[in-house]
Structure formats: structure tokens, C-alpha cells
Design a binder for this molecule. Structure first.
Ligand code: AMP
Ligand code: MG
Length: 267
């Protein structure tokens, strides 16, 4: 069900041609909820094994325009996984200390340690997205970052970190509705900032920046997936599936126990 989501390395996708809204009839919202629930149980068990095995790590990278649903995806998909073996890192504007280092410094420190499952809510990709759109560094500098990102992710994958990258793809109209909903709902208004409207005006620039990032940084060791995200339940279902598949592929094993435990009795 997720085959068509990955960007094949070496090909070029046009975001305008990729669906933002699932229109198929293979699943509905109710079935999706059941599958996500089942996946969560399977994932909890596999994450437990990953933790026990303590050799490899799994990293989910979530990117998307404002309101694309990064927080909602994490809430729904990771429900049920033991918090001890899982960590969520949200990348905000870099601090002064972070800006005094190379752009990957803060990222590298946040990579999940072996045995763990990490989730990035935004990531090093901001350094070729918001940074590019707002000219926060000279063009020569951000242009050089795609290769650096690919090399960095290769280093991670060779160090047994499996990377699953998801771009939550929404339409401009869907974003309008969601921003309006944030304004209208007292419980959501805290999420709204006037700056969101200024960013929205730069929609086309962001889409272009995303398109380049996805095309240039979809590699065999860390491919991008474009998730149609106008429908939240479908978005959650796809990310849930990708995470389950990644964990199943890792197939983590309990470590060997000390010999001679079979006949031991605790007195
Ligand atoms: P939010 O995810 O809504 O909490 O917002 C976090 C903000 O931090 C967004 O506006 C991002 O664009 C911004 N941000 C994240 N990483 C960077 C970065 N490397 N450089 C500049 N801004 C960033
Ligand atoms: Mg925000």
C-alpha cells in the first residue's frame, strides 16, 4: 500500500503532480484506524526488541508546510510505543550556540542512540528550506548542503541507523482551512502566529525548495516518501505502515542470554 510513495533515487518528481488528497476507495477512515491500532501493537513489540537488541536505531524524519500535520502524525502513529525506547525532537530556530557550529551539529547530537527509535519534527532539511526561502545564508552555501546531507545520511545508515523520511504533502487550500480552524478554535489558537500568514505568502517558494530537497536527497540509503496529507487518517495510515515495515525489515532479535540459565531457580 506504500509502494507508490517513495521517490525513486535519480528520478525527478513534480510536487504539483503528486496528489495531496487520497481519492482511492481501498480504505476508509474506520479501516485505517483499525490498521493503525494493529500496527501500533506490532511496533510496540518490535521497538521492545530493538531496545533489547541494542545494535541499531530507527529515525523517522517528518517535514511539511505549516499545518501539514507533523504533530498529529506523531501523536497517532507512536501511540503505544514505550516512551523509554522512543524520543521526539522538534527542531526550532537554531540557538546562538547552534549557529556557532556547522548546520549538522545539532542534528547529529539528536540522532537516536542504538536500540532507540527517534522522531524528528522538522530536521536538517530546514537548512535547505526556510534557510533558502529567507536567504539566511548565501546561495552558494545552501546549495552545497544537499551533497552534505546525502553524505551525512549515508554515514548514519552505515552506522546502523535506518532513516525513514516523510514529506507530508498538503494543498494550499487545505492549509488555508487548517489555519482558519486554528484561528476559530480557542483550543487551537495558541498554535497560530501572525508569521504563519507571511510564510503562507511564500507558498510557491517553499514548494520549489521542497521539490529540490526531495529530488536531490532521495537516495538508496535514505529515500523520501511523499505522503498525501489532506486527509489526516490516510496520512497517519501511510506513516504508520512505513514505520511498521521499517521495523519488520530490521527484524530485531533479543540478545543471547548468559549460558546456564535454564535450570536456575530463584530462591
Ligand atoms: P514550529 O514547528 O511551528 O514550532 O516552528 C518552528 C520554526 O523553527 C519554524 O518556523 C521553522 O521554520 C523554524 N526552524 C527550524 N529549523 C530552522 C533552521 N535551521 N533555521 C531557521 N529556522 C528554523
Ligand atoms: Mg508553527
Amino acid at each position: 500500500m506504500t509502494e507508490q510513495l517513495a521517490i525513486t533515487p535519480g528520478t525527478t518528481v513534480r510536487l504539483a503532480e503528486r496528489a495531496t488528497r487520497y481519492e482511492g476507495d481501498q480504505f476508509d477512515k474506520k479501516q485505517a484506524a483499525d490498521i493503525i491500532h494493529e500496527n501500533a501493537k506490532v511496533m510496540a513489540n518490535l521497538a521492545y526488541r530493538l531496545y533489547a537488541e541494542n545494535r541499531r536505531a530507527l529515525l523517522l524524519v517528518l517535514q511539511g508546510m505549516d499545518t501539514a500535520g507533523k504533530d498529529g502524525t506523531i501523536r497517532t502513529v507512536m501511540r503505544g510505543v514505550n516512551p523509554q525506547s522512543c524520543q521526539v525532537i522538534s527542531f526550532k530556530q537554531p540557538s546562538e550556540e547552534e549557529l556557532d557550529h556547522d548546520f549538522l551539529w545539532r542534528i547529529h547530537r539528536a540522532i537516536p542512540r542504538r536500540g532507540n527509535l527517534g522522531i524528528f519534527n522538522r530536521s536538517h532539511y530546514e537548512d535547505v528550506l526556510v534557510v533558502r526561502v529567507h536567504n539566511l545564508v548565501p546561495e552558494t552555501e545552501w546549495r552545497a548542503r544537499y551533497d552534505k546531507i546525502n553524505a551525512f545520511e549515508r554515514l548514519l545508515s552505515e552506522a546502523n541507523v535506518t532513516i525513514v523520511k516523510c514529506f507530508l504533502h498538503i494543498s494550499r487550500e487545505e492549509q488555508r482551512e487548517r489555519l482558519q480552524a486554528r484561528l476559530d478554535n480557542p483550543d487551537k489558537r495558541w498554535k497560530f502566529s501572525k508569521g504563519d500568514l507571511a510564510e503562507r505568502k511564500l507558498w510557491d517558494n517553499y514548494q520549489q525548495a521542497y521539490e529540490d530537497a526531495l529530488n536531490r536527497c532521495s537516495t538508496h540509503w535514505a529515500p523520501w516518501h511523499v505522503i498525501p496529507s489532506d486527509r489526516k487518517w490516510y496520512r497517519n495510515l501511510m506513516v504508520s505502515q512505513l514505520m511498521r515495515q521499517a521495523l519488520e525489515k530490521l527484524d530485531p532479535q533479543f540478545p543471547a542470554c548468559e549460558p546456564g540459565l535454564d535450570d536456575m531457580v530463584v530462591t
